[in-house]
Design a protein. Structure first.
Length: 239
């Protein structure tokens, strides 16, 4: 596979801390919290020190600036788990220094756009979030799906902090909508839920339960018994 890097990058500070070419194709994204409201340049300077034995593919500064430290084709040293880092694009995000490690709106906006860009360039149309570690890591991804993972699953850490962890379902939904922009924004168009159903629809989309037909989510269509069985089966896999 030919790997590319994000065009959203405006800061490049190469880190020597990586393992070279990946041994697995990209099918995960692992966002982290920096634990500091740092710039993209400051994060890069940290990872440029070979004695730190740490790096990430990308970093997002407090103002939303996107930096690259390890090219996507290479495995970064970020998640305390070699298997995860071989298949994940890792992103360090500027955050407060104390729990819940809140991130600025500019960081959130850049994270959504960067995740969508990573998915699109790697042939994925859905970003999946499953909060349960065991279920998530055992989940059988479809070819067009990308899975969110977190550092706390692989080490005794709070990363990415509860602020972001509790919003990963929202992140998955926002990215999936960007990757599938067929709706008009008006309830009834097949892609846009009514307000009373929004949370449930976004939850189902973010976990891969509601996938649509490749064109729209089909929110305006009746459901057959067969489709209901598929929904229940998918929900059973992630609950």
């Amino acid at each position: 596979m030919e790997y590319t890097n994000s065009p959203l990058v405006t800061v490049v500070i190469p880190s020597p801390n990586h393992s070279g070419l990946r041994t697995h194709t990209i099918d995960r994204i692992t966002p982290h919290c920096v634990v500091g409201q740092l710039s993209a340049e400051a994060v890069g300077d940290i990872f440029a020190d070979e004695e730190r034995f740490a790096s990430s593919n990308y970093g997002i500064g407090f103002d939303g600036t996107v930096g690259m430290y390890v090219e996507e084709k290479n495995r970064s040293w970020c998640s305390s788990d070699a298997k995860n880092d071989q298949r994940a694009v890792t992103i360090e995000c500027a955050s407060d220094r104390e729990a819940p490690y809140t991130m600025n709106p500019a960081v959130w906006d850049s994270l959504v756009r960067l995740c969508a860009d990573i998915c699109e360039r790697n042939g994925k149309t859905r970003l999946i979030w499953i909060p349960d570690r065991e279920i998530a890591l055992d989940y059988d991804l479809e070819p067009d799906e990308m899975l969110l993972t977190v550092h706390r699953w692989f080490a005794a850490k709070a990363c990415p902090g509860d602020w972001l962890f509790n919003r990963l379902g929202e992140l998955a939904s926002a990215v999936t909508r960007l990757l599938n922009p067929s709706g008009t924004g008006v309830p009834g168009d097949g892609d846009t839920p009514h307000e009373w159903a929004r949370d449930a629809v976004e939850w189902a989309v973010s976990r891969g339960i509601l996938r649509g037909d490749g064109k729209t989510l089909g929110l305006d269509k009746p459901m057959t018994v067969e489709q209901a069985c598929v929904f229940i089966y998918r929900a059973r896999e992630v609950l």
